[in-house]
Design a binder for this molecule. Structure first.
Ligand SMILES: [Zn+2]
Ligand SMILES: [Zn+2]
Length: 142
């Protein structure tokens, strides 16, 4: 199965040749709150070599508390968040669920950085919850 995605204006698209993401997570860290307008980002993690983009991405990088450099990518025309990457795991791309074409059937199974969540946040108790960064998914085998 392949997934596809598009920003709001259509300038950036992607195809993802993967059967399934390695993880789907909701992130409540402060930087994600800035990207997502106050709440969490929702992300599906795919192997880097499964993702092909068309169009130009704008990026913003910062050094996280972990010491790793995080890079957020977005459409320079419409601002749609597209993905994030960490220097610690270049073999993964963290794709924003809102960028993916509806009908993908993906939903978060974990909420991370819940210690940064605002007091009004409604976090589904059915999700695995991590106060900060959880263990990394294993690297892709292919
Ligand atoms: Zn766009
Ligand atoms: Zn985050």
């Amino acid at each position: 199965m392949a997934y596809t995605g598009s920003c709001a204006c259509g300038a950036v698209t992607a195809t993802i040749a993967a059967d399934a993401p390695v993880a789907v997570r909701q992130c409540w860290c402060r930087q994600c709150q800035q990207v997502a307008g106050g709440a969490a980002t929702n992300n599906a993690i795919f192997p880097t070599d499964s993702v092909v983009f068309t169009g130009e991405l704008a990026t913003h990088s910062y050094v996280a508390a972990s010491g790793n450099t995080l890079t957020h990518s977005y459409c320079p025309r419409c601002g749609t968040p597209v993905m994030a990457q960490t220097s610690a795991r270049p073999h993964f791309r963290t794709m924003r669920l809102g960028f993916l074409t509806p009908g993908h059937g993906l939903a978060p199974n974990a909420a991370i950085w819940t210690s940064d969540a605002p007091p009004w946040a409604a976090i589904d108790p059915a999700l695995d919850q991590f106060a900060a960064q959880p263990p990394a998914p294993p690297p892709p085998t292919s």
